[in-house]
Design a protein around this ligand. Structure first.
Ligand code: SAH
Ligand code: SF4
Length: 386
């Protein structure tokens, strides 16, 4: 019989497992503490567990970390790990330290099936979902590794925030995602507040509703376009779930959300979605329909995308239009770009089972709007493919 990896369980799951071993429920809580609060992986060191239980565990269970394939540290303190998840796949996890917090950007899938045009994970295609244990292992490793590396005092936490913004679409891996969120939130686990755990989604609408009911945490929605025509092209999932339906789901989410707004992410692509007209459309779209904050992300380029980052002055002009309309808008700082750890640069390694590269390169080239060209709004020009 294969040993069970205890990182696969939230506290309820671990309790059921302990009961199968004939153990009382509180033993599961003790064990959960050892694993997640102390970072233990060796049952023999769990001194307050009976020897008989430790022996049983040694025969049936493991606490298995992921294999670190590489680590890169940025000059700004950002650290990126590449974890080997077997079968030729590797996923990335990024730690982003700030003065008042430590954020871990966690992957949910090897690759991604959504295939957004501006995302390097999307260009890689999809290989497989990560299990709960593989999602949790990213946090487990990072927290306990960083406590030592940063020489934190007893009781101090390295990671105060988790964002599901690494590789993959978390809401297309819902069954594994929810128990992993519960481990993050559990007071016996990492004890993170719901406001400090963010699920970012390209808009898997039915799962937004389910998340609201099952495990509401902060929600970020990758919008990237103010109309369906443009969003269809940038985020192909939009052809299934339209913007108005997506906003309605966001509105329903707010009923139970830990924050009273939804964050919309908007990746600024030169000449594609960054003109004043787009900003005004965005204002029209969200101003009276939903409590939200806009987070503008400077595009992090990668060669196959054929896209460019919007110039800084265009991003600030775009932000000003939103702000003048009363919409709270921030421009995301780019962190770790010297180690390709910024948003959308996480590529890991993926055995593509979806042939996304071929699909994406076969798609019609995106229509680029060149601001400042003759004729006001400017002539439309076809972008050449990379
Ligand atoms: N699949 C989820 C979460 C992972 S992507 C989602 O799409 O929301 C996390 C964020 O990075 C998303 O907002 C995504 O749109 C953004 N992103 C992807 N590629 C990017 C790039 N090349 N530059 C900047 N942001 C990017
Ligand atoms: Fe997938 Fe998100 Fe990248 Fe789109 S942006 S391809 S949903 S990881």
């Amino acid at each position: 019989m294969n040993a069970v990896n205890l990182l696969e369980f939230d506290l309820d799951g671990l309790t059921a497992f302990c009961e199968q071993l004939g153990e009382k429920r509180f033993r599961a809580t003790q064990l959960f503490h050892w694993i997640h609060q102390k970072g233990a992986s060796d049952f023999t060191l769990m001194s307050d567990l009976a020897k008989s239980l430790r022996d049983k565990l040694a025969g049936t269970a493991t606490i298995s970390a992921l294999t670190v394939a590489s680590e890169q540290a940025s000059s700004d303190g950002t650290i990126k790990w590449l974890f080997d998840v077997g079968g030729g796949n590797a996923v990335e996890t990024v730690f982003i330290p700030e003065d008042d917090r430590g954020t871990l950007c966690v992957s949910s899938q090897a690759g991604c099936a959504v295939g957004c045009r501006f995302c390097s994970t999307g260009h890689q295609g999809f290989s497989r979902n990560l299990s709960t244990g593989e999602i949790v292992a990213q946090l487990w490793f990072a927290e306990h590794h960083l406590r030592q590396r940063l020489r934190l005092a007893a009781g101090e936490r390295a990671i105060t925030n988790v964002v599901m913004m690494g590789m993959g679409e978390p809401l297309q891996n819902y069954a594994a995602l929810v128990p992993s969120l519960r481990v993050m939130l559990d007071d016996h686990g990492y004890g993170l507040s719901r406001r400090r755990v963010t699920v970012s989604t390209s808009g898997v609408l039915p799962m937004i509703d389910r998340l609201r009911d099952d495990c509401p945490v902060a929600l970020a929605v990758s919008l990237h376009a103010p109309n369906d025509t443009l969003r269809d092209d940038l985020v192909p999932l939009n052809r299934k779930y339209r913007i108005d339906e997506l906003l309605a789901a966001c509105q329903r989410y707010l009923d139970k959300a830990p924050r009273d707004f939804i964050t919309f992410e908007y990746c600024m692509l030169d000449g594609v979605n960054d003109t004043p007209e787009h900003a005004l459309q965005l204002v029209e779209l969200v101003r009276d329909s939903i409590a939200c904050k806009l987070n503008l992300i400077p595009f992090n380029p990668f060669p196959e995308s054929g896209l460019k980052r919007s110039p800084r002055d265009r991003v600030t002009a775009f932000a000003r239009i939103l702000q003048d309309a009363g919409i709270v808008t921030t421009i995301r700082k780019t962190r770790g770009d010297d180690i390709d750890a910024a948003c959308g640069q996480l590529a890991g390694e993926v055995q593509d089972r979806t042939r996304a590269r071929e699909r994406l390169s076969a798609r019609a080239p995106i229509r680029i709007h060149r601001p400042g060209a003759a004729g006001g709004a400017g002539p439309k020009k076809q972008e050449t493919k990379a």
